[in-house]
Ligand binder design. Structure first.
Ligand SMILES: Nc1ncnc2c1ncn2[C@@H]1O[C@H](COP(=O)(O)OP(=O)(O)O)[C@@H](O)[C@H]1O
Ligand SMILES: [Mg+2]
Length: 228
């Protein structure tokens, strides 16, 4: 069976080699995540967790090595192909929700559907309402982000990441700006969504309480990714 996420010999460097300022963030990273798995990636600040997630989410190419998502080598598709893949396979949740302040919760959730073909957009509004209801926000659809709590905003961000029915949900420190009660609620939500929607879940986190809820745990340090 092909893995949903497959990294082979991935390295990432930033900076200007000519000027002698190079940061080696990832060194020869291999990773294989099967469809339906839930995985936590832990590691100290600056260890490259966001960099790793961006590579997997087709947001940036590695310096060397290969990234395959659902069997497709990202180096072999063009910008449109990458955009389609991001839109159709991947959902992304950021630490600080990145919701549009002037739009309601419902409108924010619908943003990723705007790039889709008309036929694919049919029913998006109903699905958005259904998902917001599923995460306990049925009566918050018309609220703007400024009118929601931190935990509620982050739940809206999760729903937005799910609206195009991704196979892979990537979350970058999704509880990083939440208090412990809201963080526990969000962890519960992610675990429930993983179980009910059969999603593959890759979560970068500092929070032990969230990491232990995932089936697998990987640790990033000194550019290397190790199991356990
Ligand atoms: N676009 C970039 N250009 C230069 N350096 C970067 C860039 N992105 C990240 N870095 C550096 O790479 C290292 C890892 O960053 P990051 O992946 O954000 O770590 P983490 O998410 O684990 O805190 C940091 O030292 C950061 O400064
Ligand atoms: Mg980060």
């Amino acid at each position: 069976m092909t893995a949903l996420v497959e990294l082979r010999g991935v390295s990432q460097r930033f900076g200007d080699a000519g000027a002698g300022r190079v940061t080696q963030v990832l060194s020869d990273v291999d990773l294989s995540v099967a469809e339906g798995e839930s995985v936590a990636v832990v590691g100290p600040s600056g260890s490259g967790k966001s960099t790793l997630l961006h590579l997997i989410g087709a947001l940036a190419p590695p310096t060397s090595g290969s990234v395959r998502i659902a069997g497709t080598d990202l180096a072999e598709i063009d910008g449109d192909g990458l955009a389609d893949l991001r839109n159709e396979i991947v959902g992304f949740v950021f630490q600080d929700h990145h919701l549009l302040p002037q739009c309601s919760a419902l409108e924010n959730v619908l943003v990723p559907t705007l790039a889709r073909r008309r036929a694919d957009r049919a029913g998006a509004r109903e699905r958005a309402r259904g998902l917001l209801e599923e995460v306990g926000l049925a009566d918050r659809c018309d609220h703007r982000p400024g009118e929601l709590s931190g935990g509620e905003r982050q739940r809206v961000a999760v729903v937005r990441a799910l609206i195009n029915e991704p196979r892979l949900l990537l979350a970058d420190e999704p509880t990083g700006s939440l208090d412990s009660v809201a963080a526990a609620g969000l962890a519960e939500l992610l675990v429930g969504l993983h179980a009910e929607h059969g999603l593959t879940l890759l979560v970068v986190t500092h929070a032990e309480a969230l990491a232990v809820r995932m089936q697998r745990r990987l640790c990033l340090g000194a550019g290397r990714l190790v199991e356990g």
